[in-house]
Design a protein around this ligand. Structure first.
Ligand SMILES: [Ca+2]
Length: 231
């Protein structure tokens, strides 16, 4: 994590250090002191780092490294299906540990809202679980806002960090808006688990990219999704 504050350091030989962090709502303050003797008093190091306040987990997000070239990418997100009547995401995860998923047709985007039709590209209306993998292109520096409308449950991770979730059986509803500060533009790993139990089904990912705080949230467009070609 980058230190976004003041750092003063007096270098020398040392054999120990202590580090104290004070957590506060606005962020975290760390005081690190190193002192030691090697053939006499040799040095002292004091560092004060003020870690910038940021949405939880956001500062750790890293784009794929190395970034994939266009020749390595296919459009949309890959998906595997698991057919059972799940009640929670935990049920789906347990089931995934016991069964092989069935590879489905890639999802161009997370933009599904259906009444009596197939949940995602599964071909089934009810009793569907989906393991969705791929990449999302966060092309701008700054703060993105995200929200999901779901029916039934889902969890969504970016770079392996949980960003949004609503894990149980429910009718259509939105999550709260989650803000993510992006320091490095590029392709980020995206993974979603989703299930549809009965009745209608919905999975929609909305965003507001940096630069226009007054804009409405919009469905993330197809061009922002891709997945790596299978070797
Ligand atoms: Ca449903």
């Amino acid at each position: 994590m980058r230190d976004a504050g003041i750092m003063a350091e007096f270098l020398g030989k040392w054999f120990g250090f202590a580090r104290v962090c004070l957590r506060a709502r606005a962020g975290r303050v760390c005081l690190r002191a190193r002192a030691g003797i090697a053939g006499g008093i040799a040095g002292m190091s004091v560092a004060l780092g003020l870690l910038a306040a940021a949405p939880a987990g956001a500062a750790e997000l890293q784009p794929l490294d190395p970034q994939p070239g266009s020749a390595e990418l296919e459009a949309g997100l890959s998906v595997k299906y698991y057919f059972s009547f799940f009640r929670e995401i935990d049920d789906l995860e347990w089931y995934m540990g016991k069964h092989e998923g069935q590879v489905g047709e890639a999802l161009p985007a997370l933009n599904y809202r259906t009444a009596a039709r197939s949940a995602l590209t599964s071909g089934k209306t009810d009793g569907v679980g989906a393991e969705i993998e791929g990449l999302i292109h966060l092309a701008k520096l700054g703060t993105y806002a995200f929200s999901v409308r779901s029916n039934d449950g889902f969890v969504l991770d970016i770079d392996g960090k949980r960003i949004l979730e609503d894990v149980d059986v429910h009718g259509d509803r939105y999550t709260k808006v989650k803000k993510l500060a992006i320091a490095q533009p590029g392709w980020y790993r995206l993974s979603v688990l989703y299930f549809e139990r009965k009745g209608t089904s919905t999975l929609e990912l909305y965003w507001r990219p940096p630069g226009d705080e007054d804009a409405d949230m919009a469905i993330v467009p197809d061009a922002a999704f891709a997945h790596l070609k299978a070797n």
